[in-house]
Design a protein around this ligand. Sequence first.
Ligand code: B1M
Length: 210
Amino acid sequence: MSSQFEALATALSNLEEEKVLETVRSMLNKGIDPKDIINALREGMDKIGKMFEKGEAFIADLVIAADIFKKAVEIIKPHLKVVERGKGRVVIGTVEGDIHDIGKNLVALMLEISGYEIIDLGVDVSADKFAEAIEKYNPDVIGMSALMTTTMLNQKKIIEELKKRGLRNRVKIIVGGAPTTEAWAREIGADAWGSDCFDAVKKVRELLGR
Ligand code: B1M
């Protein structure tokens, strides 16, 4: 990562809200690609996550970092170009037991600006809610985010439940989130895995052929 992106990541992990937001504005004014800015912000979240693991940061710090991240994304949003509309419908949510939504929101945002209609079920979404959403919205794709090693297991549970209800083959399924991998996605019978919000768009495009 170049030094300006590293400085942004550090400002976020140091919870320097004004510095983060000012840096984001100034980078956008300089014409820096919003995708690179988003990646740097994610690095910042990873940094504070590691500090939390070592006992150097607390939950309250994670909450503040998440709040700064969300404000930064609001500044970036108008700079993201909407490509076209009507490419398909995606129902997305963070799985049951998990309330992390920053990554899921970014995936939803990138899909939206890439032309997909998004139905966001929010966080802590159960198999029941995903099943109801398939019946109600008839989506092309279901997206499941999980940020914890414990809750990624619910991605598997939800797919199994959709199979039981005869709904699995009505949709394509993409999973993602920090602890997940391509191998995990294959193991649980998902159709695709997204390493980040940009990869998620690429995979959905490949799944739908549009
Ligand atoms: Co929590 N948390 N947290 N947390 N938190 C992690 C995940 C953790 C790794 C921190 C750590 O210990 N190092 C750890 C999980 C450990 C594990 O796996 N077992 C953890 C923990 C333990 C917890 C609590 C249990 C803490 C506690 O209460 N004791 C608790 C859990 C509550 C719950 O969910 N039931 C908790 C709470 C919170 C906050 C509420 C304080 C806050 C979340 C705020 C929010 O989301 N609104 C928070 C935060 C901020 C984090 C870290 C620091 C940052 C997560 C984040 O937003 N990253 C995180 C550490 C880390 O991840 N390094 C951590 C930035 C985001 C852009 O990246 O979410 O990875 P990410 O999303 C990426 C990709 O993963 C991918 O694309 C995204 C964008 O490029 N992606 C997809 C994500 N979803 C996808 C879906 C797709 C495709 C790609 O297709 C559908």
